[in-house]
Design a protein. Structure first.
Length: 94
């Protein structure tokens, strides 16, 4: 079952994937400890998104229920991250 069918709404992508050279990723890592060395975005294996009109905590909970891949909730930025990693989750409130 696709995530779009699971939540019942069309997903508007914030970014499908970000092609970031290692040099750029290293610059990001210097400004934030939250940036991973080998980001799933750089590999095209992650998406950051939001759905206008749907509270992000509802999207986050739906993604968690799927129990597939990585799921993150960035409260300040108002977006959800999902990726193809082993099952894991995080929240900027934690």
């Amino acid at each position: 079952m696709s995530f779009i069918k699971y939540i019942g709404y069309q997903v508007n992508r914030y970014s499908l994937f970000q092609i970031i050279e290692q040099k750029t990723n290293n610059l990001l890592r210097k400004s934030s400890s939250a940036v991973a060395i080998n980001r799933f975005h750089t590999l095209g294996r992650a998406v950051d998104f939001y759905i206008e009109g749907i509270p992000p905590n509802k999207i986050y909970k739906a993604a968690l229920r799927m129990n597939v891949g990585g799921v993150g909730f960035y409260h300040k930025s108002y977006f959800i991250h999902i990726d193809t990693s082993p099952v894991r989750n995080w929240s900027s409130y934690q």
